[in-house]
Design a protein around this ligand. Sequence first.
Ligand code: KG4
Ligand code: ZN
Length: 331
Amino acid sequence: MILGIETSCDDTCAAVVGADGAIHSNVVASQGLLHSRYGGVVPEIASRRHLELIDAVISDALERADIDLSGVGTVAVTQGPGLIGALLVGVSAAKALAAARSLPLAPVDHLAGHVLASTLGRSPIKPPFLALVASGGHTFIARVDSPPEYRMLGRTLDDAAGEAFDKGARLLGLPYPGGPELDRLAREGDALAFDFPRSLPGSGLDFSFSGLKTALLYTVRDIGPEEAKRRAADLAASYQRAIVDALLGRTREALEQAGAPRRLAIGGGVAANSELRSGAERLAGELGVALWVPPFELCTDNAAMIAGVARFMEPIAYPGYLALDASARAA
Ligand code: KG4
Ligand code: ZN
């Protein structure tokens, strides 16, 4: 059994995953409400809250999996990228637990967690495959041939897709985190009502979302607050369409490249978006590509995906990891 720990941002997470990829527990203590009044995650508050929650969350994950520490063979923890203070809480907890029992420890790349989320569960995706990962902090397309390795084919040059959702939602007066709220509001609107840019920079597979956010800002300013309020659903639907079109447009290009895998996985918090999900299904159907969309709890940040990555790694034996450090940046 692998005990996974994830504290890279504002969710305190622990999970127990079998070597076969079966998820025995997947606990997430969300700090969303704590940060909502600030309109975004406050790093120092997140670190302190992780510290308060981590022990209880780990105990809960073990209890739900019906094991105790003696049933754990490996401890896996997110080493980065993320908020450094937040990461340190998870890394310290993992080192302490592993060292106390001389267990091996696997330091996991958070992005690999999102990329490989679909390798978990009952019908896991098999390499080679392409993964579209869109979260609050990252947006990229990767190719997986032999996990845990992956190759980035394209990435956002500025804002992440989730950030674009959250900032757009804020401009429309929706509460934080705005992605799910904007998704809901968009269902009542007309996606063709406003014409927002689909900026796809250069000839590669990169993304850019900062211009889109500015376009929404100018549109709201031009039509005025009254009209913007009255047409909020149309604005949300059109804005969402622009983000989803950009994500799936690049995914289509990646899948149409010579030698591209015939399997696609989507992951990251934005993979919870209803329009992205239905659009990805249509795209996959059209191209004859098999699609994996993980359940919601494996899309947003969670520790099962971190434990999942460790299945493909050679963990560090005790006491080799005692000086292990968290790292804010991607490896
Ligand atoms: O993967 P995640 O939980 O955290 C990061 O690693 O960033 O992703 C969170 C992001 C937020 O920006 C949130 O607004 C977005 O995912 N999100 C959504 C939806 N649900 C979550 N965006 C659009 N539509 C949704 N339904
Ligand atoms: Zn994430």
